[in-house]
Ligand binder design. Structure first.
Ligand code: MG
Length: 348
């Protein structure tokens, strides 16, 4: 079976869990362009906000007109923080599934025989581990799983078997199918196709002529109830990071460095195993106000997993502490900008 895991209103939910006093408010996470105070667009909004018609992509100024000021909070995106959560969720999923591929910052495709029981286990583990809810679709095809997840939001679980999957997909509007963009949907509507089951009426040659060989064949298969298989391969990882919570909030550089050394071991093991060298090293600090900061440095020549970076880490930690007056709650270390060491071994 295939599972599609999708975090619910991810950025806004992430803000809810770190600021519990926002519970019940309309949370609008925005990408501010900085031109004027309100220039930019809405990135994610929670469900109370969706109910009053605020949606992602909407200009911030429009959202402000709809949102009652007393019950609404506008926040800037904090990608570092969301990426950290995403990393933790990824670890939870990978530790429990036969095969998992991360599809975006808040979506995973999984192949696992566990089916519904596995989906329940994952929902619970993610809730326990990071405090976030998600929706999971389970189906015999990856397409069915993804569409089931979209249908069951939020905090949902929808399990389809062969028959119910076919019924569900055939009854869906074509524009609801991932892979069918607005242009294709409009072209299909024009020839009388509203739902997936209508595609069957179309001649495969005409489909290939109208949409190209590849898309035409894909649409024909879709209309015939062939939904594909496999979750694809992982995009190559571009960095490795590990984050952890300090025993207590602190501004003590030695405590921070000790925690970093502990976290670092795992990241270095990964570098060794994957035969990667890196050109940047970064330290992540989560301060008492729950803001995430990073300090990083780049090296002219790639470094290997075994190289000692004590001095460099000390310098970054001291630099951060001198610039920021708050106590630190969580720290992390990140290695990035990889180069393969694999090729070099043949030189010797
Ligand atoms: Mg999502």
């Amino acid at each position: 079976m295939y599972l599609h895991i999708d975090m619910d209103y991810f950025f806004a939910q992430a803000e809810e869990i770190r600021r519990p006093m926002l519970k019940g408010k309309i949370i609008i996470v925005c990408v501010y362009s900085g031109r004027t105070e309100d220039s930019g667009v809405v990135s994610t909004v929670n469900y109370p906000g969706r109910e009053i018609g605020i949606h992602s992509g909407m200009p911030i100024a429009f959202a402000k007109k709809r949102a009652p000021p007393a019950d609404s909070v506008f926040l800037p995106v904090d990608r570092e923080y969301y990426a950290e959560l995403s990393f933790s969720i990824d670890a939870i999923i990978r530790g429990r599934c036969a095969k998992a591929v991360q599809a975006s910052i808040d979506e995973w495709n999984v192949e696992d025989e566990g089916g519904e029981a596995k989906a329940r286990e994952l929902k619970e583990a993610i809730k326990q581990g990071v405090g976030l809810m998600c929706t999971i679709g389970v189906a015999p095809s990856p397409l069915g799983a993804k569409m089931a997840a979209a249908k069951a939001k939020p905090d949902g679980l929808l399990v389809l078997d062969k028959d119910s999957e076919r019924k569900f997909i055939e009854g869906s509007l074509v524009e609801k199918v991932p892979g069918i963009g607005p242009k294709t949907a409009a072209a299909l509507n024009e020839v009388g196709v509203e739902k997936v089951r209508d595609i069957r009426k179309l001649d495969p040659v005409m489909l290939a002529e109208t949409f190209g060989k590849k898309s035409g064949a894909w649409l024909h298969a879709l209309g015939s109830g062939v939904y594909g298989e496999g979750i694809g391969e992982e995009k190559e990882q571009e960095e490795v990071s590990r984050i952890g919570t300090l025993k207590e909030k602190t501004r003590d550089g030695y405590m921070i460095l000790a925690k970093l050394s502990e976290l670092e071991k795992d990241a270095r093991d990964w570098l060794m195993e994957m035969k990667k060298s890196y050109k940047t090293m970064g330290i992540i600090f989560v301060t008492d106000d729950l803001k995430t900061h990073t300090k990083s440095m780049s090296f002219r020549n790639p470094r290997t997993w075994s190289e000692d970076l004590t001095k460099e880490k000390e310098a970054l930690v001291n630099e951060f502490l001198s610039e920021n007056p708050l106590e630190v709650r969580r720290v992390g270390i990140r290695f990035g900008n990889f180069m393969d060491l694999g090729g070099q071994t043949t030189l010797f």
